[in-house]
Design a protein around this ligand. Sequence first.
Ligand SMILES: [Zn+2]
Length: 195
Amino acid sequence: MRTILIALKNQNMINNFRKSFTDNDFEVKTTTDGNEALRSILEDPPEMVLADANLNNLNAFDLLEKIEENEEVNKVPLIVFSQTGAKLHREKALELEAKDFIVGYSDSPRETAMRVKRHLGDEKAYIFKMISNPQAGAELAEDLGYGRETKCSSCEKDLSLYLLRRLELGGDIFQVSLFCPNCSKKYGESDKKAI
Ligand SMILES: [Zn+2]
């Protein structure tokens, strides 16, 4: 069974994430305190940590540094959770080589669980960048039930299609989402589709 430590400031948020991960067959540990998160990581390293940028005592970035310093656990990947998706949080996550960056108001717990499974090698994903071939991109988007737009309506940058191959469903099912890599805007709900 896969293991994850969820260290978030908000207990309701923890409950939402816990449900998504247990639904996806994870063994879940939780805490609202950074010191406790570090203790838990050192005592019994999980396969993944999801930690809040605003966690009390030690935040996600402090934890990234502490993990990096410790040879016993420096392979444990950590995903930064930011409720607002603040630019500063994103930059720090990148700088400290966090595994991923989750934004509380736009990334659902269900999507997060999918992404974690992908990071752990349980799923395979492809990203199609519209800029690489706008004509084919527009047709593919249309065939998948989206419009033919290839540019973000908010920031006008090129959109990307994210295709997640669901190996546990036999591998011929893809979960698809259309999103803007620049401002993270999403177009429509992601869905299971056979290709
Ligand atoms: Zn955009």
